[in-house]
Design a protein around this ligand. Structure first.
Ligand code: UD1
Ligand code: UDP
Length: 365
C-alpha cells in the first residue's frame, strides 16, 4: 500500500494525527500533500509540530486566496502528484475544500486508468449530514461520500444517513468511531501542568470558552452581533470570563465591524492544541459553532452550546450533551442556565480512542 494524504486545515491535521502515527509506526509507505488552505503558523505548522507529523512532501500554493484559484491550482497539482507517485490510496478527512479537492482530483484522474490501477479514495469521517445545503461543507461531504471507495463512518447516525442516500453500494465501509477520540484521550494524560490559567487569570470551572468561525455565524454580521450580545449578557450575569480564541476569519470580521466587547470577554489568538484542550476540559460550558469541538465536548463530558440552527453532530444533541440555540439570545441564555451547574459524564458516543487503529486494520485487510 502507498498512501497519499491530502490535508491542510487545523481540524484535518488534528484528526489525521493518530492515523499518521500508526502509518509511521508500521513503517507504511505514505506521503503528505498540503493544500495550504490554512497557512498561518498557528493554524497549521504549530499542529504539524505538536503531533510530530512529517513535513508534507508537496506544498501547493495557489496564486491568490480565491476559492476558484484554490480549486484549479490544487486539481492540477494533485493530478501531477498522483501521476508521479502512483499511490494505491488517497486519504482525506472530513468536509473541507481541501478534502473535496483531493477527492475530486483523484476521482477525475481515476477515469483515465484501467480498473485495477485506480487509486482507492478513503474518506475518514464519512456520513455526517446537517441537512443544510447552504453550508459549503454539506455539499462537500455529499460529493466526497459519493466519489470515495472506502468510508470510515463515526457513528450509527452517520451510517444511517449513508444508507438513506443509497451511497454504500459497491463501497467498503466501517463504523469506526471518530479519530478525534484518539486525540483527546491520548493527550489528556499530558495535561497535568499548564500555564494557560495564569495567562488568562482564571480558575477551574470559573470561566466559559467560546469559538466561532462559520460563515453563517461571523460573515453574517447580524448573527455575529447577536451572538456577541449574548456573550456580553452571559459574562455579566454570571460574572465570569469568556475566553474566546479568534479564528483568522473571525479576527478579520471583528476588526471590520469594530466589534465592542466588555472586559470579561477575552479575545485571544488561536491556541495551541494542548492549551485549548486544557481550557475545554476545565471550563463550565463551551459556546461554539465548530464541528470538532462538539465532539470533544462529549468525550470530555463538558456541556456544549452550539450557536447554529443545524448540526451534523445530532447524536450529541440527542444525548443531551449539546444544545442547538441558533443565534437567539433567549435560547443561548436558557441553554447556559440549563448547563451552568451540571456535570456531564464523559461519553464514548464518538468512539473509544482506538479509532485510527481500527481504520488501519480494516485497510490492511
Ligand atoms: C475551513 C473549512 C471549515 C472548517 C474550518 C476549520 C471549508 C469550506 N471550510 O473554514 O469546514 O471548519 O476550515 O477551521 O473548507 N484565513 C487566514 N489564515 C489561515 C486560514 C484562513 O487568514 O491560515 C482566513 C482567510 O481570510 C480566509 C478565511 O480565513 O479567507 C476563511 O478560510 P477558509 O479556509 O476559506 O475557511 P475556514 O473558515 O477556515
Ligand atoms: N482548536 C485549537 N485551538 C483553538 C481552537 C480550536 O486547537 O484555539 C482545536 C479544537 O480542539 C478542535 C479543532 O481545533 O480539535 C476544531 O477546529 P475548527 O473549529 O477550526 O474546525 P471544525 O472542527 O469546525 O471543522
Amino acid at each position: 500500500m502507498k498512501f497519499c494524504i491530502v490535508l491542510s486545515t487545523r481540524p484535518e491535521i488534528i484528526k489525521l494525527a493518530s492515523f499518521i502515527k500508526i502509518l509511521k509506526k508500521k513503517k507504511e509507505n505514505f506521503f503528505l500533500v498540503n493544500t495550504n488552505q490554512h497557512y498561518i503558523k498557528i493554524m497549521s505548522k504549530v499542529f504539524f509540530n505538536f503531533f510530530d507529523i512529517p513535513k508534507p512532501k508537496y506544498n501547493i500554493k495557489s496564486l491568490n486566496r480565491s476559492h476558484v484559484s484554490f480549486f484549479s491550482k490544487n486539481l492540477k497539482e494533485i493530478e501531477k502528484i498522483l501521476i508521479k507517485e502512483k499511490p494505491s490510496h488517497l486519504v482525506i478527512q472530513g468536509d473541507t475544500n481541501t478534502a473535496l479537492v483531493g477527492c475530486l482530483a483523484c476521482s477525475i484522474y481515476n477515469r483515465t486508468l484501467e480498473d485495477k490501477k485506480k487509486i482507492k479514495i478513503v474518506h475518514i469521517e464519512s456520513g455526517l449530514r446537517s441537512f443544510d445545503e447552504t453550508m459549503p461543507e454539506e455539499i462537500n461531504r455529499k460529493i466526497i461520500d459519493k466519489l470515495s471507495d472506502i468510508l470510515f463512518v463515526p457513528t450509527r447516525f452517520d451510517l444511517n444517513n449513508l444508507k438513506k442516500e443509497n451511497v454504500l453500494k459497491n463501497k467498503k465501509f466501517l463504523k469506526s468511531g471518530n479519530t478525534i477520540t484518539d486525540i483527546v484521550k491520548s493527550n489528556l494524560v499530558l495535561l497535568k501542568k499548564n500555564n494557560i490559567f495564569k495567562k488568562f487569570k482564571i480558575k477551574k470551572r470559573n470561566y466559559f470558552l467560546a469559538t466561532l468561525h462559520r460563515p453563517e455565524s461571523v460573515d453574517n454580521s447580524f448573527n455575529f452581533r447577536k451572538i456577541i450580545f449574548s456573550f456580553k449578557k452571559i459574562s455579566n450575569l454570571y460574572k465570569k470570563k469568556i475566553i474566546f480564541p479568534l479564528h483568522p476569519r473571525t479576527q478579520k470580521i471583528v476588526k471590520k465591524l469594530k466589534i465592542e466587547i466588555n472586559k470579561n470577554i477575552i479575545f485571544t489568538k488561536p491556541l495551541e492544541y494542548i492549551d485549548f484542550l486544557y481550557l475545554m476540559k476545565n471550563c463550565r460550558i463551551i459556546f461554539t459553532d465548530s464541528g470538532g469541538i462538539q465532539e470533544e465536548c462529549s468525550v470530555l463530558g463538558v456541556p456544549c452550546v452550539t450557536t447554529r440552527t443545524t448540526t451534523e453532530r445530532q447524536i450529541s444533541v440527542k444525548s443531551n450533551m449539546n444544545v442547538l440555540t441558533g443565534y437567539d439570545n433567549k435560547k443561548i441564555l436558557q441553554a447556559t442556565k440549563k448547563f451552568y451547574n451540571i456535570k456531564l459524564k464523559k461519553s464514548n458516543l464518538f468512539g473509544d480512542g482506538r479509532v485510527a487503529e481500527r481504520i488501519y486494520k480494516f485497510l490492511k485487510k
